[in-house]
Design a protein around this ligand. Structure first.
Ligand SMILES: *Cc1c(COP(=O)(O)O)cnc(C)c1O
Length: 599
């Protein structure tokens, strides 16, 4: 790209950015369906019609989830509290809760004096791990609260089996998961009770609001009674125990009803938004998008990803950088057991603690357009820096894209009397080139499982996997002045931010041609210095290959260290393993590291 084009692009980007509002993580979709219902509720929903929208909402909601009963509440938190209270939980009882969740799920047991016990989660689904639940069950365990986090359903099968076996209640925190299913069954229909949220950031909104669902008629009557201040229906204004008031208003119910009637559309939209992210971010090697586990259908309330552990990215810094670019994101929830009121509980859930640090919620509001997602992803790529290679392109694309130099320059490295030429995937389709490659490989590692006498395709696949596809590897032909192949030479540990690179895969072709190899090695080491700015080039050679060592020494490489190695045959292939030198026996050979300092 020339300087003018680059400048023009920069100016255009700045201009577009100035016009752009912050892309937010959440936001509802409100249509005339909701507006009309709310207008009706606000004008007519009083006196004899004071609960009409509430009743209609509860009826339609229960039918949608597939439970016998549903009671609208002022929040999911209220529905959880009522569930625990209705089930008679009390001080001394234990309730198993996933360590990573919104605090409402962990707080609710404390409202009835019970103790939350934090169990680990599965890294793929981000939801409660049945294995960890099993480990945490004690004689005092009275309930499990699985949380369908960010709209992904919990793997319910094993949790329900455990609950049945130990006669424990399951209270689903289905706050964000309306429309999600586990093995075809809707979340919120598994537990003794379930609790949903219609708070303003959720997929379905009523401003604030929630729903308690159950199939248990007696329990349902109990929670209705508790939600009416435990007023005794048989004695005028008499109350004999402590009750609560977590009720939803008729007007909010009208809004929720409108949303419920559009629920399939709302869920599909969220799933579409997430698919846009998948298209644009799947190739980034430093992150893993949180997708569905087998058996799950997520509503993708919040599209999320996890940074890979080895990417070592500071999520807070990443989020701050994005915020400057007008992109709002959310971190994952802190593990509950790490919060001050539960701090006494020792850190024991490794997945929860690891995931909580690495997770990011992407902007996922209903109002997002594909253009917005384009922008968000472009900003993510800019923030993360150089694009990681897309699959299939491998090291060659890495060279070309990341250094952003002209194609010719990266493909061909001239030296006096010849040049190095990058071996591309196309070499495998060239009848003579792939055979030369195979010949060089055989020479390099005699006895290695080179697939001789096998079908051509298999041999090519082997070559591809072994020497062309590895991410940190690039291979070059050594050509003479008349473009004839004289040998191969490769780079390994090709990482652009590293200050050192190795030279390997050195083999001559045709007659043994030491001077061609010398030319190739020298050109490659110089190129590593000039193109990548590495401080030193390295090579590791077996002590038995005295000629090759001498060759490297003649090019300014010096021995820095040698490790004793021992032969080990495993599954028919030979490996040389580093060993501790044993003073009583000769070691078979050494692996000699040679180094050439740049400059
Ligand atoms: C949103 C949310 C809640 C809280 O819902 P409220 O209606 O605000 O009480 C509880 N648990 C989870 C998992 C949530 O995502």
């Amino acid at each position: 790209m020339n300087a003018n084009t680059k400048r023009k692009e920069t100016v255009e980007t700045i201009a577009a950015d100035l016009k752009r509002n912050v892309v937010l993580t959440a936001g509802p979709s409100i249509s005339t369906v909701e507006i009309d219902l709310v207008a009706e509720a606000v004008t007519e929903g009083w006196n004899t019609r004071h609960s009409e929208f509430l009743h209609q909402l509860q009826k339609e909601f229960a039918a949608y989830i597939g439970t016998r009963f549903a009671m609208a509440t002022s929040s999911c938190t209220g529905a959880l509290h009522l569930s625990l209270s209705g089930l008679g939980l009390k001080a001394g009882d234990e309730v198993i809760v996933p360590d990573v969740t919104w605090v409402a799920s962990g707080f609710s047991p404390t409202y009835v004096g019970a103790t939350p016990v934090f169990a680990d989660i599965n890294e793929k689904s981000l939801c409660l791990s049945a294995e960890s639940v099993a480990k945490n069950i004690t004689p005092r365990t009275k309930a499990i609260i699985p949380v369908h986090l960010y709209g992904h359903p919990t793997e319910m099968t094993e949790i329900m089996e455990l609950a049945k076996k130990h006669k424990i209640h399951v209270i689903e925190d289905a706050a964000p998961s309306i429309g999600a299913t586990w093995k075809g069954k809707r979340t919120g229909s598994f537990g003794t009770t379930s609790a949903f949220s219609f708070q303003g950031a959720k997929l379905m909104v009523s401003g604030e609001g929630g729903m308690l669902c159950t199939d248990d008629e007696e329990l349902f009557k109990k929670v209705q009674y508790l939600n009416d201040y435990a007023v005794d229906k048989n004695r005028s204004f008499w109350i004999s125990e402590i009750g609560f008031k977590y009720r939803m208003s008729n007007i909010q119910a009208a809004l929720a009803l409108g949303q419920l009637r559009r629920i399939e559309e709302l869920v599909e939209r969220k799933r579409l938004i997430f698919s846009w992210y998948q298209e644009r971010l799947s190739h980034r090697s430093e992150l893993t998008l949180c997708t569905e586990v087998p058996g799950a259908r997520s509503n993708y309330w919040m599209g999320s990803f996890l940074f890979r552990e080895d990417a070592r990215i500071d999520t807070e810094k990443f989020r701050a950088d994005l915020r400057e670019k007008k992109v709002d994101t959310r971190p994952f929830f802190h593990p509950m057991s790490n919060l001050p009121m539960f701090k006494a509980i020792p850190e024991k859930n490794p997945v929860a603690y690891s995931v909580a640090k690495r997770g990011i919620n992407l902007p996922s509001g209903h109002n997002l357009t594909e253009d917005d997602v384009d922008y968000v992803c472009a900003m993510i790529e800019t923030t993360l820096g150089k694009p990681s290679p897309r699959k299939k392109t491998g090291p060659i694309a890495k060279l070309l894209l990341e250094k952003n130099k002209a194609v010719e320059q990266a493909l061909s490295i001239p030296f006096k009397g010849g040049s190095l030429k990058l071996v591309t995937y196309a070499s495998l389709d060239n009848a003579s080139e792939w055979k030369e490659l195979l010949q060089a490989r055989e020479k390099l590692t005699p006895g290695l499982k080179v697939v001789k006498n096998q079908a051509e395709e298999e041999t090519k696949t082997w070559l591809f996997q072994e020497i062309l596809n590895p991410k940190d590897r690039a291979l070059f032909w050594i050509l003479d002045g008349s473009q004839k192949v004289r040998g191969i030479v490769g780079i390994s540990k090709l990482s652009l931010d590293s200050e050192r690179m190795e030279i390997d895969n050195i083999a001559s072709l045709g007659s043994n041609n030491v001077s061609a190899l010398a030319d190739g090695i020298r050109a490659l080491a110089d190129w590593q210095r000039d193109f990548f700015g590495v401080k030193a080039s390295f090579a590791r050679i077996f002590s038995s290959e005295t000629e090759t060592i001498r060759l490297f020494e003649s090019l300014g490489f010096q021995e820095t260290i040698r490790f004793p190695v021992k032969k080990a045959v495993q599954n028919g292939s030979t490996q040389w393993r580093e060993v501790v030198k044993d003073p009583y026996h000769e070691c078979e050979r050494y692996l000699v590291t040679l180094k050439r300092k740049s400059g």
